[in-house]
Write a protein that binds this ligand. Sequence first.
Ligand code: ADP
Ligand code: MG
Length: 835
Amino acid sequence: NEKNSTDEEKVQVKRESQPAIFIPVHRSSEIQEARLKLPVLAEEQVIMEAVKENPAVVICGETGSGKTTQVPQFLYEAGYASGSGIIGITEPRRVAAVSMSQRVAKEMNLSTRVVSYQIRYEGNVTEDTKIKFMTDGVLLKEIQKDFLLQRYSVIIIDEAHERSVYTDILIGLLSRIVPLRNKRGMPMKLLVMSATLRVEDFTENQRLFRTPPPVVKVDARQFPVTIHFNKRTPLEDYTGEAFHKTCKIHRMLPSGGILVFLTGQAEVHSLCRRLRKAFPFRRGHSVTGEDDEADGSEAMRKFKKAKQKKTVSLPRIDLDNYSALPLDEGDEDREAEVREEEEDNDDEGSDLDLGDHPANSVENADPSLPLYVLPLYSLLAPEQQAKVFRSPPPGARLCVVATNVAETSLTIPGIKYVVDCGRVKKRFYDRVTGVSSFKVTWTSQASANQRAGRAGRTEPGHCYRLYSSAVFGDFSLFSEAEITRRPVEDLVLQMKDLNIEKVVNFPFPTSPSAEALVAAEQLLVSLGALKEPPRTGRVQEMERARLSCPITPLGRAMASFPVAPRYAKMLALGKQQDCLPYTIAVVAAMTVREIFEDLDRPAGSEDESQKLTQRRARLTQMKKLWAGQGASLLLGDLMVLLGAVGACEFAGCTPKFCEENGLRYKAMLEIRRLRAQLTNAVNAVCPEVGVFVDPKMTPPTEHQVVCLRQIILAGLGDHLARRVQAEDALDPKWKNGYKTPLMDDPVFIHPNSALFKTLPEFVVYQEIMETTKMYMRGVSAVEAEWIPRLLPQYSHFGSPLESPSPWFCSTTGTIRCHRPSTFFRVGWQLPAVEM
Ligand code: ADP
Ligand code: MG
């Protein structure tokens, strides 16, 4: 029976999805010539046959073989976009979605009205769009609205080897959507495209596809790449090492482009500056490189006349820990870069690591060897990105300094030398505390080989690895799928919103750990986003129920807010109380990293030191003012945030105001943007509330402050801490310490916190950061009697309050509060309250 239906499906697929038409495309001869060199062209027929015969096909080919730019064109020409359905392509990175849509439009000689893109905040999709490039998060959102994706006749999941969380989920979902569409006579095709990395997770996963999809391999002609390992591995200054290697290549080796892999935007800019100084290409050649077309020799002549200045600046402390998760899009690079950009607020003056190296000194700058240096990273403006595809000015050598965007997403022509720092910036999560941070770690062998491969596309090349072969031997073989490395409460919530109740049974290409799934369901249950599983029945049944909790209306509202579930809960509650604009402002400020300037940084000069001291004093004074007095003080650090946002907006949010008051202008702009976005999201869920975005905001009343504190408690309930009790206080280690249910060691209120002197008995915190001590960040005081009422899920209601119902209590007796799982094992006594 089963077999019959598949045969039937096939017949139907064959009959309905074989477009008989051929749609002509008029390409320029130049484009046509370049296309014919791409290996994927040789496989067009094989690919199109496979697509015709199968609902799902995997295409696997070396980076640069033409998958992304050509396969959509094959499908277009074969008529897959000639009916009502269009061709959709997902990319894990925004850069790729934008850049590839433009390239394909150009190759096909079609307007961007027809070949368009959609990323989270922007796009150029029109009614005429036939080929749509988008980020994977955008398609996931569309599935939420229309599960069958009826607008599409084909979905291409590109860069599947990157194993981004959303790509993985999309493949899982599409493995169900495609057969469903075919069964309903609305045929649809799925193409999964990947670099030549492990594809077995997709093809041999029985839960994904009943019959393994065929794999079409595109054999790219790859020239040999000689690998050169470093003898020793620099542990810290790999940017410096990359600089020396690049200089050496440029000075000593024959022509050919250089591609340097670093980990983030700040490093990229720092190396670009150093290289430009060492090999000046023209005077004042800026990061943006406006007039690249200018003649090189003219530029050098000007350069020689130019007066040079030497700048010194300072090491920066690392502030990239933060706790909000990106929800509707998974562009890790962009995330990392946004954070970095926020922290990287000392632009041109920050060539801190210059001084010592002889090659860096101005005397050694060598204008006779022009080097055309271009940065490439995910946040770079599209016009700037496009530069890497053009030929360098005559006489100059191309040098692209990139993050791992250049590893597989974008192929830069003419690269002969690769310099690989061997590292990558990744987000890490602490399993216990849920704190996340971006850290630089070793990459995998597979990625390192991908990077090396960039050097051998047009002729034999060289790859210089800034680490030893022994270190390489210790790299993991492949990069882990992201989904196994992060908490998944946001994903679980999104999936429940798609009515996927049993997330454990979902056909993930690689499943998150059962532990992570349980933790996510538990957090979501405790936030009220999922219905609590029954506590009766047999153990097995209870276990099962714990992993398939249905979504609640509150959960649906929360799923529509583009912030992590804890903050979404606050937004949802803010709506019920009378303080939505404040809740939105607090959530926006909490999800933007570090709104205050780092004035504790060491100063470079006497003068600067004095200025910093003055500004610090000013900020301290302002913080006091923003924290308010009396009742508002108990909202603590969050009141300071609210006050700062309010004050800044009243002053018109100018760079001047921010500068004078120790606020980071970029952070304040981001908060303003988020406030507008969150307000729209709330209005969409609940139009009757009808809040408007007025950037200006009067201070909250005392009543509103009390409400806000409760809203915060409801969202951050699992981040509750209690001041140390008398018996422990004798231990000097615990002096002024706080106990949390999660850790054995004390945590502390930071001296910079508004509550440092107050030391309330109960507080909630946004996150814990470890510096000299374990410090809580974003601290707000809560009242003991709110806890059982707002966090019943964490409260154990003991006798004498068991009858008639644990929810009822008189004013006698106590309620013991503890958390039922192993983490939540503290037995704090709480006052009894009437519920
Ligand atoms: P794959 O997806 O297999 O990695 P692509 O389709 O991205 O390959 O790239 C195919 C070719 O198109 C590469 O040689 C690349 O350099 C070229 N290419 C891509 N985008 C542009 C662009 N904007 N301008 C010029 N060439 C481009
Ligand atoms: Mg590609």
